[in-house]
Design a protein around this ligand. Structure first.
Ligand SMILES: [Zn+2]
Length: 471
């Protein structure tokens, strides 16, 4: 058996459904007709790289040491002086594999032969089996990124698709993850509903068609699981509310990428991902996260100001290793806690997650169902993960629709954004060539499903539920 995962990075479920209905995506339409087509939730922060962790490691990214695309290393375990910060949007990308919890295996370590193309997660792969890992590829990607070159990104997608189709036909990997990034880049540059985004989606469809045709010709199709998924959604931005400037103008010494050298003499480190989410690290000199009660005397006025900004949809404050407080200007505050396998929601002064005024105590599965039709799909489980994650910020913001948190130093204009806990960013499409045994809920379900499909044993400590029948 083999599992081939195509990540249509940044594809919205609506775009896929509309493309199928309009006849623009014939290969995906065939998958939907013969197998499965639905939507699942990704993780918060809903950003590339982090959002590959559930699929490739069966874990939440914050649980294996990846809190965001930018973060402050309070414990100074993984970074160096003078600033002790990470940004995977630059050269720090090369440290990402080492930043991950070494005890949590990747699918590439479990399943051989395997290969990946433009996946930020690839620990366990040889360089020759990790397309996009080499320095030349990184430079090309950086060039297209910093020049905002649209044709460049489509050309990279085409090249990645060509190489991957050839590798799958030639090497018969038991697992392959192929990420095509054009949809995300074009969505940022032109808006997520721009017709140019459809060109990148058509390229995904074409890639699926070619992989299928090769597998059918060689008699491998009956033994292949082919899944198409995305890692986050997208939604239009009308205003960039630059958090670093706002906090600086409020009188606090503030650092943010790319100017982070003064982090150890600053009051607040602003680490934005997406750009519709941010971790704020208070008093970066502290070597340990303190919990909100310790910060409240000095920082409550800042949180009060942030909550009242129209850009801040939800403000999340880790309280201790089991609990986060959630605040919203319109809907008040509540606490989210995990107790064993159960998640509790306790409205304290309102109902910020729009789940009703009564306290809830739910399993992970029931939490997902309860949140599915709200503005914040899977919010209970996503927020519960933040409580017990040492690398997250002391204040975590999720942006309101139409807003993001970074106005400067972006090489591509951000007409569209992602990263938040809002449904526009949390829902992603999932298609597969076989019927499922149960409706998938989360992208983390891909991990145990891959293990089932390949006949591999379950991995202790991993999340998710398989949607594949044991063979
Ligand atoms: Zn993006």
């Amino acid at each position: 058996m083999s599992v081939i995962v195509i990540v249509a990075d940044g594809a919205r479920p609506e775009a896929v459904a509309e493309g199928i209905a309009a006849g623009r995506l014939p290969a995906l339409a065939r998958l939907a007709a013969e197998g499965f087509h639905g939507r699942v939730t990704t993780v918060f922060p809903s950003v590339t790289g982090l959002a590959y962790v559930p699929m490739t490691m069966g874990r939440h990214p914050v649980a294996v040491g990846l809190p965001g695309l930018r973060w402050l290393d309070r414990a100074r375990e993984r970074t160096r002086a003078p600033h002790f910060t990470r940004s995977y949007l630059g050269w720090d990308m090369r440290y990402l594999s080492g930043d991950l919890d070494a005890t949590a295996p990747t699918i590439f370590e479990l399943s051989r032969p395997s290969f990946a193309a433009l996946s930020m997660i690839g620990r366990g792969l040889a360089t020759r089996d990790w397309i996009g890992r080499s320095l030349a590829w990184q430079l090309r990607g950086a060039w297209a990124h910093f020049r905002g070159s649209v044709d460049g990104w489509l050309a990279i997608d085409r090249q990645v698709a060509d190489l991957s189709v050839r590798r799958i036909a030639r090497d018969h990997p038991s697992y392959a993850m192929v990420a095509l990034l054009g949809i995300d880049k074009l969505s940022h540059a032109f808006g997520c509903t721009d017709p140019r985004v459809d060109m990148a989606l058509a390229l995904v469809d074409d890639t699926v068609a070619r992989i299928r045709a090769d597998a059918e010709r060689d008699g491998r199709w009956a033994d292949m699981h082919l899944w198409v998924v995305s890692d986050h959604g997208h939604s239009p931005v009308h205003t960039h509310d630059d958090l670093a400037d706002i906090i600086r103008n409020a009188g606090h010494r503030t650092i943010a990428h790319p100017r982070v050298r003064a982090s150890m003499t600053s009051d607040v480190a602003v680490m934005v991902s997406g750009n519709a989410m941010a971790h704020l690290y208070l008093e970066p000199q502290r070597r340990q996260a303190a919990g909100w009660a310790a910060h409240a005397p000095r920082w409550e006025p800042l949180v009060h100001d942030l909550v009242s900004r129209p850009s801040a949809d939800l403000v999340i404050l880790p309280v201790d290793e089991t609990t986060c407080e959630v605040r919203s200007a319109r809907c008040g505050s509540a606490q989210v806690s995990s107790a064993g396998t159960l998640i509790t929601y306790t409205p304290t002064d309102g109902d910020p997650l729009q789940l009703g005024p009564q306290p809830l105590r739910l399993s992970r599965e029931a939490s997902w169902e309860r949140c599915a039709e709200t503005a914040y799909p899977d919010a209970l489980v996503q927020i519960a993960h933040l409580a017990d994650a040492p690398r997250v910020g002391d204040i975590i913001l999720s942006a309101a629709p139409g807003w993001d948190f970074r106005a400067r130093f972006e090489p591509i204009p951000h007409r569209s954004t992602h990263g938040s806990l809002h449904r526009d960013h949390m829902w992603v499409p999932l298609l597969g060539n076989r019927p499922v045994t149960r409706p998938p809920q989360r992208t983390v379900d891909l991990f145990p499903s891959t293990l089932t499909a390949l006949g591999l044993p379950p991995v202790a400590g991993s999340d998710g539920e398989t949607f594949v029948a044991a063979s």
